[in-house]
Design a binder for this molecule. Structure first.
Ligand code: T1G
Length: 706
């Protein structure tokens, strides 16, 4: 019997416990262990039923995702997969009751559905999240789930991949009973009832066809779901593949439906999208690990916070802290500014209630946690102070000097700056070890990313606490070094530069945005610029003109647009025009202006393909990313990928800029960058690391910091 599956008895009920920490994944040895337990069950005359349960915090979080890479790299045959052993459970002569706590996800739910009955604790969740990994359920989930929950529910669960709570699973028929109190005790009692029922045959999910519905109804359903998935999950293949598999359940007998599912599953598993999304799954967990900050580093309890500045960012940050249960005081210089900030917070919460994301009671509870003041009195008792005033070094240093004088020893002093040096800000205090950058992205109460900026003196406790805080406030924290623009904005500058250059060289404004949008970006670079405000970059460029290398081509369009007062959506004119409803309208005047400016610069307009547009913009990201990696401002390539997926609308199914470059092959990327350098000059000087890895036939994933 495998160590990962333990068999015990409670009187005449066998208890089969899956014990494969941390999430009881169905790693090699687990299915085999369960299969031999089922043999034992049917061979042991003293037992009349079995309960299958998970040890630790959860039931089963699915197949072992780590095994997939071995399958797609050919290192491991997929073999018959999980199907035969699920049939073994379903065909057991004695009833098998599956007891679910924590999560039953993917293969975990498929395992549960092969049991004859399912009971769950009230807080349990079940789901088929496979599409988030670019695959579909591969152990008859698309065949058994519609039989248990109906076609519509199965489609929603398999295409969206979101887990559902036990109560909903009960109402859908996935779960037979919610157990109050001790789950194992309740499950054993349920098993005893079943065994005592005198039944000799027990419900096999595969034989339950009553919920598969009528063909004509299903046809309309499939059509509608396909249309909405194409819209909501633009460019993703797996959700559409999942619909095909569920459809097979309504058209084919169970065995043949399973064969169809297997075929679709294998195609998805070998797709680039799935490899990218599985990379993202592990990358999101990798970025939480800081090599020189051990897991057991002491952290500072954050029981209260102060946010300096009640503007768009300050207000959003206060909401995030209050949402996580942390009392926060919002400080402003004047009451009027405070009232505006509080009004915006109120409006944002009202929007969440309107969209059904929160109840009014939830909002009231959160608003109670948000205090406001124009005085400094809240700082003395705070565990954390986050400064979120506009980007002026002089003002930030003045504020940090004040905080240094007022805040208690050990308090964390953080800045939400997006471009300014954390070390210089920290130099205005006598406790630079307590200073860190917490760079939120706008809107702070929505965007998942938090760039945690390490200063040269920042202590490991402050770093560990900030990474822990990121998880607590529902953000993905990524530790970065203190260079200009940190990681995200530093890479975004060349990306936006190339977008402007492409327009100056003859590409249509809308064509540049369309090429990257069709490629998967959430929004095109020029529309993004209009949304963020062209003036922000303009002000920063004006402050740093002295840093521009003479003779190196600089984009000219956005500066000129700003000189005309065209700052983007906020002035309802930028690269595009925006009507009263803020709908985007192409503005031929801008195209004409840019052509004129280009002619003055002797730039001849030319036809530019969508492929070149994508390469110029994405490879600009990659080249700068390589510089950041070699300079040590990002720990690993995965950190850059996670920053771009969660802060800049980079498509997850392309894995992130560095993963994407690896998937294209660094040799090809390097060669293309060299061609661009030939054509467009020094801006395209290849990063030494890119050249080195390309020449060594290696990838960014291979890059380890020495
Ligand atoms: N396989 C392998 N490792 C896994 C894993 C899995 N399924 N799930 C989690 N881990 C690792 C994870 O990498 C981390 O490792 C540690 O466990 C803790 O995870 C046949 C084909 C369950 C909600 O997609 O969503 O079944 O970083 O940090 O925040 O049809 O993990 O510590 O080294 O995320 O408490 C479908 C994936 C698989 C669910 C817990 N299942 N997991 O969250 O912990 S495909 C999933 C999760 C499949 C079948 C198909 C979450 C969680 P490390 P964690 P958490």
């Amino acid at each position: 019997m495998s160590e990962m599956v333990k068999v015990g008895k409670q009187g005449d009920v066998m208890v089969i416990t899956i014990d494969n920490p941390p999430v009881n994944a169905l790693s090699p040895g687990v299915p085999e262990g369960i299969a031999s337990a089922i043999d034992q069950l049917n061979a042991d005359a003293d037992v009349r039923a079995a309960v299958l349960i998970g040890a630790g915090k959860t039931f089963v979080a699915g197949a072992d995702i780590k095994e997939f890479a071995k399958m797609t790299s050919g290192k491991k045959e997929r073999g018959p997969g999980l199907l035969p052993f699920l049939l073994k459970i379903e065909d057991s002569k004695k009833p098998v009751i599956v007891a679910i706590h924590g999560q039953a996800l993917g293969g975990g739910l498929e395992l549960a559905m092969a049991g004859h009955y399912r009971v769950a604790s009230g807080a349990a969740q079940v789901g088929q999240p496979e599409v988030k990994l670019g695959i579909i359920p591969g152990a008859a989930g698309t065949q058994r789930l519609p039989r248990l929950a109906g076609v519509a529910a199965a489609l929603e669960m398999c295409t969206e991949g979101k887990p559902i709570p036990a109560a909903t699973a009960l109402s859908l028929g996935i779960v037979d009973k919610i157990i109050e109190g001790d789950l194992l005790e309740g499950a054993v009692a349920f098993a005893r009832e079943v065994a005592a029922s005198g039944r000799t045959a027990f419900p096999k999910t595969r034989a339950r066809n009553e919920k598969l519905g009528a063909m004509r109804d299903n046809e309309l359903l499939f059509e509608n779901v396909r249309a909405s998935v194409r819209k909501k999950q633009r460019g993703l293949k797996a959700p559409l593949a999942a619909i095909d598999a569920v459809e097979a359940a309504t058209r084919e007998p169970f065995e043949s439906g399973c064969a169809t599912e297997q075929k679709i599953f294998t195609e998805c598993l070998h797709s680039e999208q799935s490899k990218a999304l599985i990379h993202v799954f592990f990358a999101e967990r990798e970025v939480a690990k800081i090599p020189d900050v051990p897991k057991d580093t002491a952290t500072i309890p954050i029981r209260s916070a102060v946010v300096i500045g009640a503007g768009t960012m300050g207000g959003g940050i206060a909401m995030v802290l209050a949402n996580a249960g942390i009392p926060v005081t919002l400080k402003e210089t004047e009451q009027a500014a405070l009232d505006r900030g509080l009004a915006t917070i109120g409006k944002n919460y009202a929007g969440s209630v309107k969209r059904g994301r929160m109840t009014q009671a939830d909002v009231d509870e959160r608003m109670k946690r948000i205090a406001s003041t124009t005085e400094w009195d809240g700082v003395a008792g705070a565990d954390l102070v986050i400064e979120a005033v506009f980007e002026s070094m002089a003002l930030k240093k003045e504020i940090f000097a004040q905080l240094d004088a007022l805040a208690k020893p050990g308090a964390i002093l953080a800045s939400n700056t997006s471009t300014l040096s954390i070390d210089e800000i920290a130099s205005s205090t006598k406790r630079p070890e307590s200073v860190i950058g917490l760079h939120f992205f706008s809107p702070a109460n929505v965007m998942k990313l938090l760039e945690v900026v390490r200063g040269k003196a920042t202590s490991k406790e402050v770093i560990a606490t900030s990474m822990q805080l990121a998880k607590k406030i529902g953000k993905i924290g990524v530790l970065v070094g203190n260079c200009r623009g940190f990681v995200g904005n530093r890479m975004f500058q060349p990306y936006r530069r190339e977008a402007q250059f492409l327009v100056e060289e003859g590409a249509e404004i809308a064509a540049v945005d369309k090429a990257l949008y069709d490629w998967g970006m959430a929004m095109g670079p020029l529309s993004t610029a209009d949304l963020a405000g062209l003036d922000i970059g303009w002000r920063i460029r004006k402050e740093h003109r002295h840093l521009e290398k003479p003779g190196v081509r600089q984009p000219l369009a956005e500066d000129k647009l700003c000189e005309m007062g065209r700052f983007g959506q906020k002035t309802r004119a930028g690269w595009y025009r925006y009507d009263e409803q803020r709908r985007q309208v192409a503005d031929p005047e801008v195209a004409e202006l840019v052509r004129g400016w280009s002619r003055e610069k002797g730039i001849e307009p030319r036809e530019i393909s969508p492929e070149e547009i994508v390469e110029r913009c994405v490879y600009a990201l990659v080249n700068e990313g390589a510089r950041i990696l070699e300079e040590g401002f990002a720990l690993r390539a995965v950190d850059i990928d996670i920053i771009y997926l969660n802060g800049y609308g980079f498509p997850a199914h392309r894995g992130g800029p560095m993963w994407y470059a690896d998937s294209v092959g660094l040799k090809k990327v390097y060669e293309r960058v060299c061609e661009f350098e030939q054509a467009h000059g020094e801006n395209w000087r290849p990063a030494p690391l890119l050249q080195q890895l390309a020449e060594q036939g290696k990838s960014f994933a291979d890059f380890q910091r020495s």
